[in-house]
Ligand binder design. Structure first.
Ligand code: GLU
Length: 411
């Protein structure tokens, strides 16, 4: 099998896991390609009356365990290969979290930042018009991902209701609570990772007051910064797509949030309170106890993995560490809390939202937090035991655990 595409590299991780299970190797052939990927031309009307056209995708990688589930991202680097890879990762993630879902993903090749609010609305509604025959509450359920949020999901649910002729809240998750969204979905990705970290702490040597560097200050990164700061950690470095900042005594996250809101970048916070600027790609080599990767894919690679100083790395982004980098980190005895478990909190609370939409009865924030915590601990315990038993990394154990669930659903 050639390893030259992102998808091939993700499939190689699955093939590695298969070696630890007593399964018919031909079973993996099922996941050599997605069940279906749809590509469309998405046209939006700009505020000046002109029309612009963008490439849009939705991939339903695998529905062995239920309707496909996964976010929609807006990013200029979106390709079919990336979307299919992320849809495969969602397949593995949903199996690992034992959710009754398969894996899907969607994306539009666009930089949404220059768009006005009406243009963004046109983009979300245009996406539904492209894929209304693909998505559905029992077929394929989108959610937020990079550069999309609860407002995007509100427009998606509204456009879908218009097309099918009835309000169908379970067609998407991550909606505003006023439109059937779940309490606790907003910070769910970070909170899931935080619960996992707390649970694993004594096994991996994570101690209170740790110094943390966070790559990425979007939904996952900013909520994680807040959770860790309130837990007594010192957030010594943070980056976003425009640059990075460091502060030995700890960055004040509330103040940073306000600065980012005002100026659109974390570097605007430099110059006061002992905060200084560094280049964005220097973030992974900052001296600290925990590195949280909450940006994009392949950020830690063969070229910079040896510079990582944090002995514990938590993956809140999808696939932020390449296979080559994994080997380097392993040789240094560093622990990686792998994406498919560490960032599963988002899709777990998405599942809770979908269940609440189907029953029309809504749970308290305390219930959501307790259910999320239990899930992270249950699956965390399972992969910890597997890793010890087979003497493999937590990532390999997570793949083995997920693959055995996937295979168990094939009749
Ligand atoms: N986009 C998130 C992820 O990659 C959440 C997906 C969902 O909630 O369906 O896991």
């Amino acid at each position: 099998m050639s390893h030259d595409t992102m998808l091939h590299r993700a499939q190689a991780r699955l093939a590695d896991a298969a070696k630890h299970l007593n399964i018919d190797p031909t079973i993996l052939e099922k996941w050599e390609s997605p069940k279906e990927t749809t590509q469309a031309r998405l046209t939006i009307q700009m505020d000046d009356g002109s029309h612009k056209h963008f490439l849009a995708f939705r991939s339903r990688y695998d529905d062995t365990r239920g309707p496909t589930k996964g976010g929609i991202r807006y990013h200029p680097s979106v390709t079919a290969d990336e979307i299919e890879t992320l849809a495969l990762l969602m397949t593995v993630k949903c199996a690992l979290a034992n959710l009754p879902f398969g894996g899907g993903k969607g994306g539009v090749q666009i930089d949404p930042h220059p768009l006005s609010k009406t243009e963004l609305e046109g983009l979300a509604r245009g996406y539904v018009r492209c894929f209304s025959h693909v998505i559905g509450p029992n077929r394929d359920i989108p959610a937020p991902d990079v550069n999309t949020n609860s407002t995007t999901m509100a427009w998606i649910a509204d456009e879908y209701a218009f097309i099918v002729g009835e309000w169908t809240p379970g067609v998407t998750t991550g909606k505003p609570t006023s439109l059937g969204g779940s309490l606790g979905r907003d910070d769910a990705t970070a909170r899931g990772g935080y619960y996992l970290l707390q649970y694993m702490a004594k096994h991996i040597g994570f101690t209170p007051g740790a110094r943390v560097a966070i790559q990425g200050f979007g939904n996952a990164g900013s909520h994680m910064a807040q959770l860790l700061e309130s837990d007594g950690c010192k957030v010594v470095a943070i980056s976003d797509s425009k640059g990075a900042i460091v502060c030995k005594t700890g960055i004040d996250i509330k103040k940073l949030n306000a600065a980012k809101e005002r100026n659109g970048c974390v570097t605007s916070f430099a110059g006061s309170n002992g905060v200084s600027k560094i280049a964005a790609d220097e973030l992974v080599s900052v001296d600290c106890d925990l590195l949280v990767l909450a940006a994009m894919e392949d950020m830690v690679h063969a070229g910079n993995a040896a510079n990582v100083k944090a002995p514990i790395i938590l993956e809140l982004a999808n696939s932020p560490i390449t296979a080559e980098a994994d080997e380097i980190l392993k040789s240094k005895n560093f622990v990686v809390l792998p994406d498919i478990l560490a960032n599963a909190g988002g899709v777990i609370v998405s599942y809770f939202e979908w269940v609440q939409n189907r029953q029309g009865y809504y749970w308290s924030i305390e219930d959501i937090h307790a259910l999320l915590k239990t899930k992270m601990e249950e699956e965390g315990a399972a992969i910890l035991a597997l890793a010890k038993d087979k003497n493999i990394t937590l990532r390999s154990a997570a793949y083995v655990h997920a693959l055995s669930r996937l295979v168990g659903a094939i009749y």
